[in-house]
Design a protein around this ligand. Structure first.
Ligand SMILES: CC(C)(COP(=O)(O)OP(=O)(O)OC[C@H]1O[C@@H](n2cnc3c(N)ncnc32)[C@H](O)[C@@H]1OP(=O)(O)O)[C@@H](O)C(=O)NCCC(=O)NCCS
Length: 203
């Protein structure tokens, strides 16, 4: 058994239900998304197409009362089939630091590893310290290389989207940097089985 389970499965330890999103979830996600990003305008980054064409590798978490607890929208890159890309991940503010986003990621990685993916990419604003800390805790790194500049102390590409916004590109090598923390249970949950991919360089 892995930490992730199939669509509709429950995680009784946390009282959360994890399932695939459906198109009808779009409205309820965009209704909260700006609040969840501390008032930043984010909803334009999640047009409805994400809930039409990427649901097979995306996840929603709900509390027992059906309220949205978190979501992850991701996909396997058509151009780079060895790479998974997480477009957005978030946990409801009142449920943070309880493993919700980590658990969403674990499910996404289960989805993509069976398709031969061994690398995950996600981007974030270099000023988003919780996002950077979260991704680093999962084993992501922020490579410093050609084209990067330190922004708020983190390597970033200036004007990444040609709109003036700076962006840090985060990478997770599932073969070498897969972090044991990714498989940690939700609060009070059972200890999950070891990942199938060996964490040779875990830190
Ligand atoms: C970033 C975010 C998704 C993390 O969600 P979360 O459910 O709180 O994260 P988890 O509980 O799974 O955290 C797993 C580990 O990541 C690290 N981490 C998470 N949030 C952290 C924070 N604010 N500060 C430091 N470390 C953090 C910790 O090591 C944590 O393990 P621990 O709590 O046992 O120490 C959440 O803060 C969020 O929704 N932020 C707004 C949306 C956003 O910025 N998304 C990311 C960019 S797409």
């Amino acid at each position: 058994m892995t930490a992730a389970s199939g669509p509709g499965s429950t995680d009784p330890a946390a009282g959360l239900v994890f399932r695939r999103p459906v198109e009808a979830d779009h409205a309820r996600i965009v209704a909260v998304i700006d609040d969840w990003w501390d008032g930043r305008r984010m909803r334009h980054l999640l047009p409805r197409l994400w809930l039409q064409h990427f649901t097979g590798t995306s996840w929603i978490a709900e509390t027992a009362d059906g309220r949205l607890a978190g979501f992850l929208v991701g996909f396997v890159s058509p151009d780079h089939p060895d790479t998974g890309y997480v477009h957005m991940v978030a946990a409801r503010p009142g449920l943070r630091r309880r493993g919700v986003a980590r658990s969403l990621y674990a499910r996404f990685i289960d989805d993509i590893q069976v398709r031969g993916v061994h690398r995950v990419v996600a981007i974030t604003w270099p000023g988003n310290r919780p996002s950077l800390a979260f991704h680093r805790a999962l084993g992501f790194s922020v490579p410093e290389g050609e084209g990067t500049t330190r922004v708020y102390g983190t390597p970033a590409i200036v004007d990444y989207e040609a709109d003036g916004s700076d962006t840090s590109v985060m990478e997770l090598d599932l073969a070498r940097r897969y972090h044991a923390a990714l498989r940690a249970p939700l609060d009070g949950g059972p200890e999950p089985a070891a990942p199938q991919t060996k964490a040779t360089g875990a830190r």
